[in-house]
Design a protein around this ligand. Structure first.
Ligand SMILES: Nc1ncnc2c1ncn2[C@@H]1O[C@H](COP(=O)(O)OP(=O)(O)OP(=O)(O)O)[C@@H](O)[C@H]1O
Ligand SMILES: [Mg+2]
Length: 636
C-alpha cells in the first residue's frame, strides 16, 4: 500500500500500517480535517509509491538510473526543452554572419532587419524554453527528493538493531541531509545542464565544420587535445577530492550529534574546551578538504580560459589570413569567433557540473549501501500471523553472540509456562538483557530457537509477535511530547480511563499530580527533564497500557526508591496476573518474588528454581543472596 492510502484512510490506514510492522500509525483523527484542507490547497502533492511492508525493500541495488526510470517521461520533456533552448541559442552567431555578409556588406537593409527580428525571436524562444525547463526540473527534483527521503527513512525503519548499534547516528543523518542534498543539486541543475552543455559542444562543432571544414579542423586539432589533457587531470584530482569532502562532512555531523547527546557528561567532566578543540579539528579537516577542491577548480578554469584565448587568437590570425585571401567571408570569421567563445563556456560549466555530478554520484553510492542493507532479522516470505498467544515461552539450546567470534549465550534452555514469572539474575555482562532481546526477536540466535506457544519466532510475522510482547528496556527511552504521548505510545487509541489506570497502577499518578500540567506536561527529548525513576515509571505505564500477553522487564525498577518499588511490586502482582513475565533484576528483592529464578553466569544457565529451592541448594544464587542481604541489612 502506498502513502496515498495512509493519507486518506484514517482508521483503516492505521491498521494497515500496523500490519506493515511500522510505527507510522496514520494521521490522528483530530488532524484529518487539517490534512484534508492542505490536500485541497496542494492537489499535486506528490504521493510516492512506498511500500511499508517489512520485506518490501528493493532487491535490486539503488542506482541513479533505476531511481530515475519511473520519471523517464518527465526527463524526456526536460530534454526536449533543452534541445529547443540550445538550438535557439546557437542561431545567434549564424544570424550575425548572415547579417554581416548579406546585409551590411551588401547594403541590404531588409536582410539586416530580418536578421534582427530572427535574432530577437531566437533569444526569446531560447529564454522561454530555458525558463520552462528550469521550473519543470526544479519541481521534478523536489518531488524526487521527497520520494527519496521517504524511501530512505522507511528503509531505516525496517533495519534491525545490530545496524543501529554499529552505525553512528551522525552518519545516518548525513545520508538524509547532505547526501540527499547533493543528489537534489544533481537533479536540479546537474543532469539537465550536463545535457545542455554537451549538446552545445556537439552543436557548435557541427556548425563550425559546416561553415569551414579547414578552419574547424585546425581549431579542433589545436584546442581539443589541450582541453582533453587538462580535463583528465581535473577529473582525477576532483574525484579524489570529492570522496574526501563527503567523508569529512559525515565526520562533522557525527561529532556534532555525539557531542550534543553527550553534553551533560561533557560538562560534568570539564570536556567542553577539549570538545571545542576537537570539533575545530574535525571542521578544520572539512575546511581543508574543501580548500583543496577550491584550488583545483579555479586552476582548471584559468587554464581552460588561457587555452580558449589562445585558440581565438590563433583563429583570428589564420581566419583573418583566409578572409584576406578571399577563402572565407568576413561574417563567417565573426561567427567562428563568436562560436569559439560559446564553445568554451560549456567547458567551464562542465567543470562545475562535474563537481555536482561527483557529489551526486558519491551520494548515490552511500545511499546504495544503506538501501542495500538487508535487515538481519528478516521476516520470512511465508511468515504466518501469530495467533493470540497463551504465553508459553521456550528457549531451546540457544547459542548467540553479537559477533561470531565471541559467544554471549551458550546452550541456554529454559521453558516458561503461560502466566509464570521468571526472574533472570546474574552478574553484570552475563547475558540477561541479551536473552531478553532474543525473546523479543531483536536478534536471531545462531543456534537453537525461541518458541512462543510452540511457534518458532522466525516463522511468524514480526508485527504479530511484537504486538503481543511488552518490553521495558534497561534504558527507557522517552520521546519529545507529553507524558500522555509517551504512555500511550504503544496504543495511541487508548481511552482516558485506561491511561489513568495504567498510570495509577505503576504509581506514576503521584508524579503526575506534582506536575503543573499533569499528564499533559511536556517531556523533553529523551526525557531529559525527568528523573531516572520517573522515566522508568513512564516506561512501565507504557508497557502495561499495551496489555501484552508477555512482559519483559529489564531492570524496570532499578531506579525507583524502595517505597515506589514496593508499590510497583504490588502493581506488578496485579498486572502480571495471568501474564507471562520475564523480569531481569539486580535487586534480589524483586527476583525473590518470581515463581522461578534463572541464574545466568557467563552466558550459561547455571541454576533454575524457586527462591527457597535455590537458597537451600547453597550454590551461586545462595551466595549472591547472602551477599545481597548482608549489604541491605548493613545499610538498613
Ligand atoms: N550490541 C552489542 N554488541 C556487541 N556486544 C554486546 C552488545 N550488547 C551487549 N554485548 C555484550 O554481550 C554481553 C552480555 O551483555 P548483556 O547486556 O546481555 O548483559 P547483562 O547480563 O544484561 O548485564 P547487566 O546486568 O549489566 O545489564 C556483554 O559482554 C556485552 O559486552
Ligand atoms: Mg542488562
Amino acid at each position: 500500500m502506498g502513502w496515498g492510502g495512509a493519507f486518506g484512510g484514517g482508521q483503516n490506514s492505521t491498521q494497515a500500517n500496523r500490519a506493515a510492522g511500522l510505527p507510522f500509525a496514520g494521521i490522528p483523527p483530530e488532524l484529518l480535517a487539517r490534512v484534508k484542507k492542505i490536500r485541497e490547497r496542494e492537489p499535486e502533492h506528490p504521493e510516492p509509491d512506498i511500500d511499508f511492508r517489512p520485506d518490501a525493500y528493493d532487491r535490486e541495488p539503488f542506482t541513479l538510473w533505476r531511481f530515475l526510470a519511473p520519471h523517464r517521461m518527465g526527463l524526456l520533456t526536460a530534454f526536449a526543452l533543452v534541445v529547443v533552448a540550445t538550438l535557439a541559442s546557437l542561431a545567434g552567431p549564424r544570424l550575425t554572419a548572415w547579417a554581416i555578409d548579406h546585409g551590411i556588406l551588401k547594403n541590404d537593409m531588409d536582410v539586416l532587419i530580418w536578421c534582427f527580428v530572427a535574432y530577437v525571436a531566437a533569444i526569446l524562444v531560447s529564454m522561454g524554453a530555458s525558463y520552462a525547463r528550469i521550473r519543470y526540473t526544479g519541481r521534478l527534483g523536489h518531488k524526487l527528493m521527497y520520494e527519496l527521503r521517504v524511501k530512505v527513512f522507511s528503509h531505516m525503519q525496517r533495519l534491525s538493531l545490530d545496524y543501529f548499534t554499529e552505525e553512528r547516528v551522525g552518519r545516518l543523518i548525513t545520508r538524509m541531509t547532505s547526501d540527499i542534498d547533493a543528489l537534489a543539486n544533481l537533479f536540479q541543475d546537474g543532469l539537465v545542464n550536463l545535457m545542455v552543455q554537451g549538446l552545445i559542444l556537439i552543436g557548435i562543432t557541427g556548425l563550425l565544420l559546416s561553415m569551414n571544414v579547414e578552419l574547424a579542423l585546425i581549431m579542433i586539432l589545436v584546442v581539443v587535445p589541450a582541453m582533453v589533457g587538462l580535463t583528465m587531470w581535473f577529473t582525477r584530482a576532483s574525484d579524489k577530492g570529492y570522496g574526501v569532502v563527503r567523508e569529512r562532512i559525515s565526520d562533522v555531523l557525527t561529532d556534532l550529534s555525539e557531542s550534543l547527546s553527550g553534553i551533560r557528561l561533557i560538562t560534568a567532566f570539564n570536556r567542553r574546551a577539549h570538545n571545542v578543540i576537537h570539533h575545530r579539528n574535525v571542521v578544520g579537516d572539512h575546511f581543508r578538504a574543501n580548500a583543496h577542491m577550491a584550488k583545483v577548480g579555479p586552476a582548471y578554469s584559468a587554464a581552460s580560459e588561457v587555452i580558449g584565448v589562445l585558440g581565438r587568437a590563433a583563429m583570428l590570425l589564420i581566419g583573418g589570413n583566409m578572409v584576406a585571401k578571399g577563402e572565407l567571408e568576413l561574417g563567417e570569421l565573426v561567427a567562428f569567433l563568436l562560436y569559439l567563445t560559446m564553445f568554451f563556456a560549456p567547458i567551464q560549466a562542465l567543470t562545475q557540473l562535474y563537481n555536482t555530478y561527483q557529489s551526486g554520484n558519491a551520494a548515490v553510492k552511500k545511499l546504495r549501501d544503506l538501501l542495500g542493507t538487508r535487515p538481519s532479522v528478516e521476516q520470512k516470505a511465508d511468515a504466518r500471523e501469530l495467533p493470540p498467544i497463551e504465553g508459553a515461552i521456550e528457549l531451546r539450546d540457544l547459542c548467540f553472540g553479537y559477533d561470531d567470534a565471541k559467544p554471549v549465550l551458550s546452550d541456554v534452555s529454559l521453558r516458561i509456562e503461560p502466566g509464570e514469572t521468571v526472574a533472570l539474575v546474574g552478574p553484570t555482562g552475563a547475558g540477561k538483557s541479551t536473552a531478553a532481546k532474543l525473546i523479543t526477536r531483536f536478534y536471531d540466535p545462531q543456534q537453537g530457537n525461541v518458541t512462543v506457544d510452540g511457534h518458532d519466532l522466525r516463522d511468524v510475522t514480526l508485527e504479530s509477535l511484537r504486538s503481543q510482547l511488552g518490553v521495558v528496556p534497561q534504558e527507557p527511552f522517552l520521546f519529545h511530547g507529553t507524558i500522555r504521548d509517551n504512555v500511550t505510545f504503544a496504543r495511541p487509541g487508548a481511552g482516558e480511563e485506561e491511561v489513568l489506570e495504567a498510570v495509577a497502577a505503576v504509581g506514576l499518578d503521584e508524579v503526575v499530580a506534582r506536575m503543573p500540567r499533569g499528564l499533559d506536561s511536556p517531556v523533553f527529548e529523551r526525557g531529559a527533564s525527568l528523573s531516572a525513576g520517573e522515566r522508568q515509571l513512564i516506561a512501565l505505564a507504557r508497557a502495561f497500557l499495551a496489555r501484552p500477553r508477555v512482559l519483559v522487564l529489564d531492570e524496570a525498577t532499578s531506579n525507583v526508591d524502595m517505597q515506589s518499588e514496593a508499590h510497583i511490586e504490588k502493581a506488578l502482582d496485579n498486572l502480571l496476573g495471568g501474564r507471562t513475565a520475564i523480569v531481569i533484576a539486580h535487586r534480589l528483592a524483586t527476583a525473590r518474588r518470581a515463581n522461578r529464578i534463572a541464574v545466568i553466569d557467563d552466558g550459561r544457565l547455571v541454576e533454575l528454581g524457586s527462591h527457597d529451592e535455590l537458597v537451600a541448594r547453597g550454590g551461586f544464587y545462595a551466595d549472591m543472596y547472602a551477599t545481597w542481604s548482608a549489604g541491605t541489612n548493613g545499610q538498613g
